[in-house]
Structure formats: structure tokens, C-alpha cells
Design a binder for this molecule. Structure first.
Ligand code: SF4
Length: 177
């Protein structure tokens, strides 16, 4: 499992910083006034909200700041969202999705969803997702959350419960025709 993407610093690659900043500005500039339905706190409705945000983000076709000459420069530390998609054919999925140029397989087990659910339970928040270009900026405001600790065995046990839940939910969703 990869490390998290940390904050930007003076040692960050300037081209990466430029691409991240440009992408973050586009997200902020184009964020619709009321883009997604506000729902209550049921897991399923929030899953739909996050799915809708993900689709909106994908529609922006933003190139990933960590793509360089067709290769991922943080491959061993890439986000789980990337690890859960096995991509073949081209790096188009990373370069602002271009239909027909890349293919991907989704993993049958959604570790990312399980971790999101676990974090929400532990922190007593809604399930949250952060678009990648915003992560360095989000990280600056949320450093304190990384300093929290939990009992290890209990954490593993709750994670396995979340994994079972999310896997069962995925299995019960009929595939689109
Ligand atoms: S989208 Fe993910 S896998 Fe692709 S270049 Fe960016 S971090 Fe790497």
C-alpha cells in the first residue's frame, strides 16, 4: 500500500507543482454552485454523492501532475484509487481521460471504499473523498488528523468488517447493461 501524497514543499518538482496548481484552480473555478444532491447520512446515498463527484472530476479531463512521458513518477506510492484500476493500452487514463485510448479493469474488492468507511466510523464523519489535485492543499489543513491513534487489533478487526460490508455491497449492485 502506498504512502499518502504529502504537502507541497520547496523541494517539490516545479512542473508537478504547476500542473497541480493549474488543476486545483480549474476545480475551484468550475465547481458548480450546487452540483450534487445533498443527502442524509446513509452510507448508500453518500456513496452515490461521491460517485457523482468522481464523475464530475473525470469530466474535467485533467492530466495527472505525476505523469511524466507516459509513466507514473510515484508508481510505488500512487493513490489507492489508481492502484484499484488495472490500466492497459495507454496512459490516457492518467493524462485527462481520452475515450478509446485506454482500458481499465476495476478490482473486485474495493479497499478504498472500505478505508473510507473505516475512517468515517473512526472520526465520526461522513465518508470523504478528496480530488487528487486538492490533496496537498487539503493535507495542510488536516495534518492533525494524521496524528490520531487507535488500538491496532481493533482497527484491523473494524477494517475487515468494513471490507466485508463494501464487498457485499459491490456484489449486490447489478452490472449496467
Ligand atoms: S493518475 Fe495515478 S497512476 Fe496515473 S500518473 Fe497519476 S498517480 Fe500515477
Amino acid at each position: 500500500m502506498g504512502r499518502e501524497i504529502g504537502p507541497l514543499s520547496e523541494s517539490s518538482d516545479p512542473a508537478t507543482v504547476r500542473t497541480l496548481t493549474t488543476a486545483a484552480n480549474r476545480i475551484v473555478d468550475q465547481w458548480p454552485a450546487s452540483p450534487f444532491a445533498q443527502t442524509d447520512s446513509t452510507d448508500e446515498s453518500h456513496a452515490n454523492d461521491i460517485e457523482a463527484v468522481g464523475q464530475w472530476y473525470a469530466s474535467l479531463n485533467l492530466p495527472c501532475a505525476f505523469l511524466n512521458q507516459g509513466a507514473c513518477t510515484i508508481y510505488n506510492e500512487r493513490p489507492l484509487a489508481c492502484q484499484e484500476h488495472l490500466v492497459w493500452g495507454s496512459s490516457a487514463h492518467c493524462d485527462g481521460f481520452q475515450p478509446g485510448l485506454g482500458n481499465s479493469l476495476e478490482a473486485p474488492v474495493k479497499v478504498l471504499d472500505a478505508l473510507g468507511q473505516l475512517a468515517a466510523e473512526l472520526e465520526q464523519t461522513e465518508v470523504q473523498a478528496v480530488m487528487m489535485p486538492l490533496v496537498p492543499f487539503w493535507y495542510e489543513e488536516n495534518r492533525h488528523r494524521a496524528l490520531q491513534t487507535w488500538n491496532g487489533p481493533e482497527l484491523v478487526s473494524r477494517f475487515l468488517d468494513c471490507l466485508a460490508d463494501t464487498t457485499a455491497q459491490t456484489a449486490s449492485v447489478p452490472e449496467a447493461a
